[in-house]
Design a protein around this ligand. Structure first.
Ligand SMILES: *Cc1c(COP(=O)(O)O)cnc(C)c1O
Length: 387
């Protein structure tokens, strides 16, 4: 058996149905023309494909499709949201509120904005990883122009109460941005019901291709942004560059599927989670980070007392693919800043691994991975006791 892939939170395989739609947009026989070439039929066919995808993605979050701006991914969407709002509002106020356990795509932009004269308050999450509306409210100031809080955390899978936070932010008058890269359309997020201003989306965490994402921007009342990419006026002047039809069509199909298969995907993920924990429950000293909070059914952050997460991941590498900390920070060996922000001491945070699964994970794979995990943890603990 090749390695069981339990790192869906870093990226998912592309769904076969999505790949087929994408392939139709590449070659001479397909929808390959430039969507901006409205003067001829092939160009208009590409533009239609793009607009259909825009509709699919926007519908999945119940948003106005005209507010959807395609980007290269959620990282770029986060950059556009934060720098765009900050740039537009800088004469009204220069204070931003976010949380200490946000993704680097938000935190590093905040750091850059600090060098540019903005002040940033990073609220601490609770021990379960969630950010409370009260903590956000306490951080708001008269000069706060933007609040950015993620839907679900990429390391722990904890879900924030976005509706309650949105009410606090709306009451104040600042703009509210939500990084929904980990949820996409897989978990319900209704931008109208929740009254959100800006939402970052990524295709490749939702069975779509890498290299494509979107920022949804509210049009009524209008949220104004300073563009970050100039040249050609694409996407209402908010993001220049020839639209990548195949990527966009892939994202559209992926989001349509995520919406139509939401219940089935969730039920499957919950079944796999139960199988995983049936095995893990046979071990002593297992900590389930984020327990008590609402969480994604396909992500768990687990620490095995006495076993370094890095050592466990390395010992598993050929058999089970797992992440330590966040994949985006795995180049460094610092224990996860996300777990540290939840109040965990460094040595405890260093024991964590992230397991994440999805639509293509089979029950056999999960059973096999769970047994391998239990055996490997026992072996590493035994080795440590002897050493
Ligand atoms: C993956 C991820 C991102 C970055 O998305 P890309 O599309 O890979 O740029 C941003 N935020 C969160 C929460 C993520 O999980």
């Amino acid at each position: 058996m090749e390695a069981v892939y339990l790192d869906y939170a870093s990226t998912t395989p592309v769904d076969d149905r999505v790949a087929r739609r994408m392939a139709d947009c590449l070659t001479r026989d397909g929808v390959f023309a430039n969507p901006a070439s409205r003067t001829h039929a092939p160009g208009r066919a590409a533009a239609n494909a793009v607009e259909q995808a825009r509709e699919q993605v926007a519908t999945a979050i119940n948003g106005d499709p005209r507010g959807l701006v395609f980007t290269s991914g959620a990282t770029e969407a986060d950059n556009l949201a934060l720098k765009g709002v900050a740039g537009f509002q800088r004469d009204r106020g220069r204070h931003i509120v976010t949380a200490a356990n946000e993704h680097k795509a938000v935190l590093d932009v905040c750091r850059a904005l600090e060098f540019d004269g903005f002040e940033v308050t990073r609220v601490q999450p609770r021990g379960d990883g969630t950010v409370t509306p009260e903590s956000i409210e306490g951080a708001l100031r008269p000069d706060t122009v933007l609040v950015s809080v993620m839907h679900a955390n990429n390391e722990t899978g904890t879900i924030n109460d976005i509706g309650a936070i949105a009410r606090v932010v709306r009451g104040h008058g600042a703009r509210f941005h939500v990084d929904a890269a980990q949820t996409g359309a897989r978990l319900e997020l209704d931008v109208e019901a929740l009254d959100l201003d800006l939402v970052s989306l990524s295709a490749h965490k939702t069975y779509g291709p890498k290299g494509i994402g979107a920022l949804w921007v509210r049009r009524r009342p209008r949220v104004r942004l300073l563009p970050q990419m100039h040249g050609g006026g694409h996407e209402h002047g908010l993001r220049a560059g020839t639209l990548a039809t195949h990527q966009i069509v892939g994202m559209g199909e992926a989001f349509a599927l995520a919406q139509s298969e939401r219940d089935a995907d969730r039920a499957h993920a919950e079944d796999l989670r139960a199988r995983l924990f049936a095995q893990l429950d046979t071990l002593e000293g297992v900590r389930d980070n984020g327990a008590g909070a609402q969480r994604l059914p396909w992500t768990r952050n687990i620490a095995f007392t006495g076993v370094e997460g890095e050592a466990l991941a390395a010992a598993l590498a050929d058999r089970v693919a797992v992440a330590t900390g966040s994949a985006c920070t795995s180049a460094s060996t610092e224990p996860s800043y996300v777990l540290r922000a939840m109040g965990q001491p460094a040595d405890q945070a260093a024991e964590a691994v992230r397991l994440s699964w999805g639509r293509m994970t089979t029950t056999e794979e999960m059973e096999h991975a769970a047994r391998t995990l239990v055996d490997t943890v026992s072996r590493l603990r035994h080795g440590a006791a002897v050493a």
